[in-house]
Ligand binder design. Sequence first.
Ligand code: ADP
Ligand code: MG
Length: 897
Amino acid sequence: HVSRPKEVEKQRKDLPIVMMEQEIMEAINENISVIICGETGCGKTTQVPQFLYEAGFGSNNINTRGGIIGVTQPRRVAVLATAKRVAFELGLRLGKEVGFQVRHDRRVGENCSIKFMTDGILLREVQSDFLLKRYSVIILDEAHERSLNTDILIGMLSRVIQERRLNRISLIFHFYIKKFVFTFFLNLHPFCQREYEEQQKRILSGETIEPDKKMYPLKIVLMSATLRVEDFVSGKRIFRNPPPVIEVPTRQYPVTVHFSKRTEIIDYVGQAFKKVLSIHKKLPPGGILVFVTGQREVEYLCQRLRRASRQIVEDAVKINEPVPISEEKSEEENDMKEIAEAFEFQRNSGHDITERFNSYMEEEHVVLSEDESDVSYDSEEESDLEFDNDDGNESKLGVEGSLASLKAAFEAISGKTGPDPDMKAQDVTQTPEQGPNQSGSVTKQSMEKEKGFVVGPMRVMPLYAMLPASAQLRVFEDIKDNERLVVVATNVAETSLTIPGIKYVVDTGREKVKNYNSSSGMETYEIQWISKASASQRTGRAGRTGPGHCYRLYSSAVFTNIFPDFSCAEISKVPVDGVVLLMKSMHIGKVANFPFPTPPETNALIEAERCLKVLEALDDKGRLTPLGKAMARYPMSPRHSRMLLTVIQIMHKVKDYSRANLVLGFAVAAAAALSLSNPFVIQFEGSLVDEDEKNSKIPDKEEKARKKKLKQIAKVSRDKFSNPTSDALTIAFALQCFELSGNQIEFCSENALHYKTMEEMSKLRQQLLRLVFISSLSDDLDQDFSWNHGTLEEIEKAWRVSSEKHPLHLNEEEILGQAICAGWADRVAKRIKGTSIYTDGERKVNAVRYQSCMVKETVYLHRRSSVSKSPPEFLVYSELLLTKRPYIHGATTVKSS
Ligand code: ADP
Ligand code: MG
């Protein structure tokens, strides 16, 4: 009954997983849980839901297969792209039979059969319906990524499937069995006490129990791009019967891996630029996929490549060699496009937090490349692209000055100093059977350079998580004959998405990782080496459509000696206070006993309990308090929910309803502000010095003037919105003005605000408000915690009153300050007396010093914080970010009372 478009039928024939439909479906029929492993691109995400659908899962009928097919993804990017694709392949309607749900967007039809969602969405659903009654099967995709939410879901689902099995056995015995099983064996209390009580009531009153008859065992399918699944199957901790592992063979063409002879430590983006250009100019057609670390690097590299592409086309025209220009646009139109792109870049840049901080402290920038000759891409031969042996003359200049010592230290670790003759031949062919770890055979591919092909334009596309969905989908569009597709991506493209037609991969070997130190609460965003497994994934992207090449911008010595084998699970890198609160609220007394695929470290658990006690979510004995129970209702971090609940509690006594609604509106806005990066950016005056700009005709003076002007705008803007007691309230006010402004894009550029952050913040605010409102109405909450001052519309209306000056009264500001202090009560810092201007080595630094209660070393309040005008004796902060020195971020004054 499924009719697929013809082209789809044809493409499906080539997918290796389609041959295994029968085997996969048999395994799913015979087992409650199944693991499917297969290289990215083999068809897991798009095909397995279709197999299930065709086998009758996802129907509305009351049978073992009735109920939605749920598919989770760790990333938002993949949710929309795959939902759209699957709807198209099955000839069904997106948002109807095939639905999707991400944080701000839910499109799920009444009789939805397949639902794609982020893992966070499903985690919330488990909380309100532990048995996941609406689902017949859950697919957890990208399980190898080991995202925090997926890990928790795996643990939860392993219990849900037991529940659903029991549920089938007997409804009446069920209640007792469940009590028995959970209390004695698993140390878990009944998950849904209320539900059973209701069930029992119904049974006792002789009511029909129709809804539950529908419930059949739930199936779960874990899908992984790697074979590293032992954490899921070993030790019976998660699954009593280890699920069968189905391996999908991949039609992987050989990929030749080219290591660099030396490893550029700093300017790897510049290296990537050069590599892409030489591939484009010298090698046969085929898409190029470049991996860099963050949004800003993506946009920067795209911009440079587009410019280079235009140059190529212009040069070709000059020497009278007609190169058809694909987009038949006039010069003027192209100029317009360029300006638009530059503008777009400016708006997008600086979103990433590290980058924000780089620009936040712009006087401390490292200039990335001192060496101008390094960037003139067309004057230099990239010898390792020519496939003959005469490639010993890579004449790149080493990094200079202080970077040289870095390099020396670096080479020392890698055990190599200077170019090693043995490393001359470093091309390694990687096939699926032969991972990079066993890559013994060193072969030299002799590939004929195709003579006489014309160098056309490049179609350069960015790909990163924050990119709007429509822009993300553009990488799947067809390209013109003479064009070359170049996709510049973050590790989104490592496994989640398969981009057709990629023949070359350029791998910088880095990724951006947020590291969290659970004892100090200090966070750092670090660019670090990827794992060997990730490198192998990235390499694999080049061998889908034919033999490919992967250019690794690091040496094999670095790869072998420094790269870890696998990247670690997210749960060991992030604070787990939210996880612990979630578990406690689900009556899981001993969190350490929960079947995590990788249990969090004991220290992290202790730290989380300590934090929850300070927030008064847990009592001294570690039991959930009524406040904690209310906090767990809020789908946000415990700190944010604590803050909002504090406001609600205090405002209870307030008689003036419209003021109360305004205060709540602001509290929600402040919570949204504290969840995202600071939108006050000095846009894009960042660490990535635009090399082309430096070399080209644009005079330095003009550029300097532009930067100066931007700084001025930023300063005026900060002053305009500034609330001297709190960064969060400053941003909240800016958000209010943003939402009320007629033209939001213009508003942002006039006020030096980051548009995308503001847009995201506005959506988040609205969503939080709805959630706060709904949560505060649940009838099992203490009266204290429910909002009795107005409806959702009334709060929204109070928020939407524009005002010239800060709309809050002094006492209201204090209430909000108090609430923020309650949420971040363990992150207090005391001012160190003395001048704020002092010298640190050779530099003059202007930052007020503080002593945090969590770390020994001195921390700093940046002078751009809105509380720095009159630095308070005590403050709380939301983030301590170690860049050049530990900087306090998101400060709020603690009022002594
Ligand atoms: P896996 O999940 O195993 O990595 P996918 O199911 O995502 O594989 O992709 C299988 C194939 O479908 C790939 O060859 C890919 O090119 C193609 N494909 C996936 N999504 C899209 C899309 N949105 N548009 C076009 N082709 C797609
Ligand atoms: Mg996939």
